[in-house]
Design a protein around this ligand. Structure first.
Ligand SMILES: *[C@@H]1O[C@H](CO)[C@@H](O)[C@H](O)[C@H]1NC(C)=O
Ligand SMILES: *[C@@H]1O[C@H](CO)[C@@H](O)[C@H](O)[C@H]1NC(C)=O
Ligand SMILES: *[C@@H]1O[C@H](CO)[C@@H](O)[C@H](O)[C@H]1NC(C)=O
Ligand SMILES: *[C@@H]1O[C@H](CO)[C@@H](O)[C@H](O)[C@H]1NC(C)=O
Ligand SMILES: *[C@@H]1O[C@H](CO)[C@@H](O)[C@H](O)[C@H]1NC(C)=O
Ligand SMILES: *[C@@H]1O[C@H](CO)[C@@H](O)[C@H](O)[C@H]1NC(C)=O
Ligand SMILES: *[C@@H]1O[C@H](CO)[C@@H](O)[C@H](O)[C@H]1NC(C)=O
Ligand SMILES: *[C@@H]1O[C@H](CO)[C@@H](O)[C@H](O)[C@H]1NC(C)=O
Ligand SMILES: *[C@@H]1O[C@H](CO)[C@@H](O)[C@H](O)[C@H]1NC(C)=O
Ligand SMILES: *[C@@H]1O[C@H](CO)[C@@H](O)[C@H](O)[C@H]1NC(C)=O
Ligand SMILES: *[C@@H]1O[C@H](CO)[C@@H](O)[C@H](O)[C@H]1NC(C)=O
Ligand SMILES: *[C@@H]1O[C@H](CO)[C@@H](O)[C@H](O)[C@H]1NC(C)=O
Length: 649
């Protein structure tokens, strides 16, 4: 093998020597100051507890003008796989090459089988094999034509950033080489007759269809710039059943519902599109928590380059006290993540929910959905035992102030799941349950008179005698309930959030935490609630200030100001289509009407956006929901009505 090392000038080589010495010093210093250093060395064991170390130590010469300037130690280690479905941990240093041998006796073993799997294939952005069973069948047939070797690896640890600036790039990735034919072990950067697979975010997979004989694969570690120091530790596995490690690199499969100052709520994508009456649907709901998740503060840059690696994220999160939801949380061993299956949200499909607490305020995090092993078992001997991550991740920011708190699990407004106005210093309403009770009572109290009125409407007649051909009392009750929940439980944002779609509230109140007030200049500055208001003589629409305007100096719901006293906050206004839907769905005799543009609409209702932001509040909303379908399809604009109506402001 020829070393294709760059030719160095004498000056460069002296520089290289001193840089290497410095790097070594840094490494020694780091290992003394970092107790986790020992961890990687401990990991260099396989499942049998033996330390796997290589045999061939090749010394490569770096030459300059025929003058030997330096001997650089480049190692090639030969290793044998210990069996199918066994993850072997291995350290590798820059420039080194590990050659792995997969003997034929493992290839001819009986497959252990994959277990039952999930009630249905996950759909996400991928081809829907659940609704297209023929695809699944073809997949199985293809696999039956010969034995396939499934090769996969996860980077568990990687060199650390030692640069002086903030880390802006990931360390370089390892590379996997897979021989094209049995018996060939001439693999690596200078190898032949091989396929090359660079790791991506600490993950790699490859397969050899229809294999026979003894097969070899190799992993090489790249050169490192002086901004990084250390080595890699990776977990390697082969299987004749399926990949031991998996990653879904494009689809986060996870949605942010909302955050508050120390917690965040997530849901997975729909786990099935099947109807509630089907067995598949019920089976999904009966699972306890098939997925787990990780959440890492973005100021910890060490996850760069490990996004697609279950082992990498798990190791990082453990060593840096970040958030991991694990099966242990189900046994109540950790209070950080509460997991469970829910059906809340559009379509009422099964999903897993994660309620993550113990976060820092005003901080940016990335959350990754993951699966520990095959979700019910993990580790050696399990097909897929190395786990799976959805590496695209979801970025989120916690709120700054404590007066917006996440609320969900309500009984009446069961679709509510977002931050609501709160006051952690109000002793009567400081717990989750107190806040639940407050909003629960408020909404049910207001629903009662509507329910009574609805009972007077002739709903239960033949369809020609109904008030509308398209709508009946079921629609009216549902539209009223959704509207009532959205308007009486405001969706709350930090007052400091300057997004244009937010409505300031309670500007004249004291901040809940320190009793301070907003400054007078701001309070007395002009506030134009409705730029589209008619400019008639004497109109007060353009003469308002923040402190004088109805819209900015109180909550939508007076009970909130009287009981909770949240202080200044901003509201994500309910979506205007909720109001139109209510008008359309209920009998005209109920006299519901929505405000007109320029006459209250803008200050009371918001509009949906295509951007993925939740720019108005509707039940079951979450961020970056692809097809944020509008309620009721086409949005109907308010119609002129001569009667005195009950304005839904
Ligand atoms: C996970 O693996 C175990 C052991 O192989 C198996 O019994 C179980 O059914 C598998 N779980 C799933 C969800 O496939
Ligand atoms: C890695 O695994 C995925 C999912 O099973 C598969 O679609 C992809 O083709 C695999 N990549 C390689 C190089 O085999
Ligand atoms: C698998 O290999 C056998 C013999 O090695 C060969 O006869 C067969 O055609 C191969 N099948 C495929 C699908 O490549
Ligand atoms: C190290 O990182 C800094 C800051 O990101 C960058 O400007 C510099 O070029 C890097 N040095 C090397 C050798 O890559
Ligand atoms: C879940 O399914 C419902 C109904 O089929 C759909 O409206 C909704 O958009 C889906 N959710 C996601 C995240 O795609
Ligand atoms: C990261 O941010 C948190 C607050 O979000 C802070 O407590 C911590 O000190 C920061 N860590 C670093 C390394 O900057
Ligand atoms: C999440 O944040 C990271 C770091 O700021 C960024 O590189 C990445 O593109 C973001 N992802 C998305 C989906 O916005
Ligand atoms: C929400 O309801 C579920 C199911 O009843 C329960 O397990 C969970 O503890 C509740 N969470 C909160 C925060 O109340
Ligand atoms: C329930 O709400 C009503 C109306 O908002 C209020 O008068 C009553 O005091 C509340 N009851 C409790 C127990 O909070
Ligand atoms: C509405 O009234 C009906 C009787 O007309 C009753 O069965 C139902 O429980 C009431 N709903 C609520 C939420 O109070
Ligand atoms: C509608 O009529 C059916 C039978 O005619 C009755 O069982 C049902 O309770 C009625 N529903 C309402 C809401 O009045
Ligand atoms: C109203 O119509 C829907 C179908 O659009 C139907 O499922 C529901 O039972 C009807 N409700 C009543 C009270 O007739």
């Amino acid at each position: 093998m020829l070393c294709q090392c760059p030719k160095l000038t004498p000056l460069q080589s002296r520089l290289l020597a001193s840089v290497s010495a410095l790097a070594l010093l840094a490494l020694i210093y780091w290992s003394l100051s970092n107790p986790h250093f020992a961890y990687a060395a401990e990991l260099a064991h396989d499942g049998t507890g033996q330390l796997r170390r290589g045999e061939d130590h090749n010394w490569h010469r770096i030459e300059e003008d025929d003058e030997v300037v330096k001997l650089s130690k480049r190692e090639t280690k030969n290793t044998q796989f210990q069996g199918n479905n066994i993850g072997t941990l291995f350290d590798i240093s820059t420039g080194d090459l590990d050659i792995w041998e997969y003997p034929n006796r493992f290839l001819v073993e009986d497959p252990v089988g994959k277990g039952d799997g999930f009630p249905s294939e996950l759909e996400g952005k991928r081809v829907d094999t659940f609704r297209h069973p023929e695809l699944r069948k073809r997949d199985l047939e293809e696999r039956q034509t010969g034995t396939t070797i499934y090769i996969s690896a996860n980077t568990c640890r990687q060199p650390l950033w030692v640069g002086s600036e903030t880390q802006d790039v990931a360390p370089p990735q390892l590379t996997l080489y897979v021989s094209n034919s049995a018996g060939n072990k001439d693999l690596g950067p200078d190898g032949n007759n091989q396929q090359v697979y660079p790791f991506d975010g600490g993950f790699v997979n490859a397969s050899v269809p229809n294999a026979s004989g003894t097969w070899h694969v190799a992993v090489s570690a790249p050169d490192l710039s002086s901004n990084f120091s250390g080595f890699w530790n990776y977990e390697m596995a082969v299987s004749i059943d399926d990949y031991f490690h998996e990653a879904e690199v494009d689809d986060p499969f996870l949605y942010l519902v909302d955050t508050d100052y120390n917690s965040a709520l997530f849901v997975t994508d729909n786990l099935t599109e099947a109807n509630a009456s089907t067995e598949v649907y019920q089976k999904w709901l009966n699972l306890s928590a098939p997925f787990v998740m990780f959440a890492v503060n973005q100021n910890l840059t060490g996850t760069m380059g490990l996004e697609n690696s279950f082992c990498g994220l798990e190791t990082f999160v453990k060593n840096n006290s970040q958030i991991q939801a694990s099966q242990a949380d189900l046994q109540g061993n950790s209070s950080h993540v509460q997991m469970g299956m829910i059906t809340r949200g559009l379509g009422q499909k099964p999903k897993e929910q994660f309620y993550v607490t113990g976060l820092n305020d005003s901080s940016q995090y990335t959350a990754y959905l993951a699966m520990d092993g095959n979700s019910t078992a993990s580790g050696n001997g399990v097909v897929g035992g190395g786990g799976k991550v959805w590496g695209a991740g979801v970025n989120f920011t916690t709120k700054r102030d404590g007066n917006c708190q996440l609320l969900f699990n309500l009984t009446f407004c069961e679709e509510v799941a977002y931050a609501v106005p709160a006051n952690p210093q109000n002793s009567a309403l400081s717990t989750f349950a107190d806040l639940q009770n407050f909003y629960e009572n408020y909404t049910t109290t207001w629903y009662a008179p509507f329910n009574y009125t609805l009972a007077q409407v002739p709903c239960n007649t033949t369809s020609d005698a109904q008030y509308s051909l398209a709508k009946n009392c079921t629609h009216c009750a549902a539209a009223y309930k959704e509207w009532l929940c959205a308007v009486s439980i405001p969706r709350c944002e930090d007052f400091s959030n300057n997004a244009g779609y937010l409505q300031p509230r309670n500007v004249g109140q004291q901040f809940y935490n320190n009793g301070s007030m907003l400054d007078d200049v701001f309070l007395n500055s002009q506030y134009i609630p409705m730029p589209g208001a008619p400019t008639l003589d004497g109109s007060i629409a353009f003469q308002q200030t923040y402190i004088s305007s109805f819209a900015t100096n109180q909550s939508r719901n007076a009970e909130i100001d009287a009981t909770i006293k949240p202080g200044p906050y901003k509201e994500v206004l309910p979506c205007e289509d909720l109001c139109y839907s209510l008008m359309q769905s209920c009998p005209a005799s109920m006299q519901f009407a929505c405000p007109y543009p320029g006459r209250g609409l803008e200050a009371s209702y918001g509009q949906r956006s295509e951007s993925g932001q939740v720019t108005c509040s509707y039940l079951g909303a979450y961020y970056y929901q692809n097809d944020a379908a509008r309620v009721g399809g086409v949005v109907m604009k308010a119609v002129v009505s001569a009667v005195v109506v009950m304005m839904l402001v």
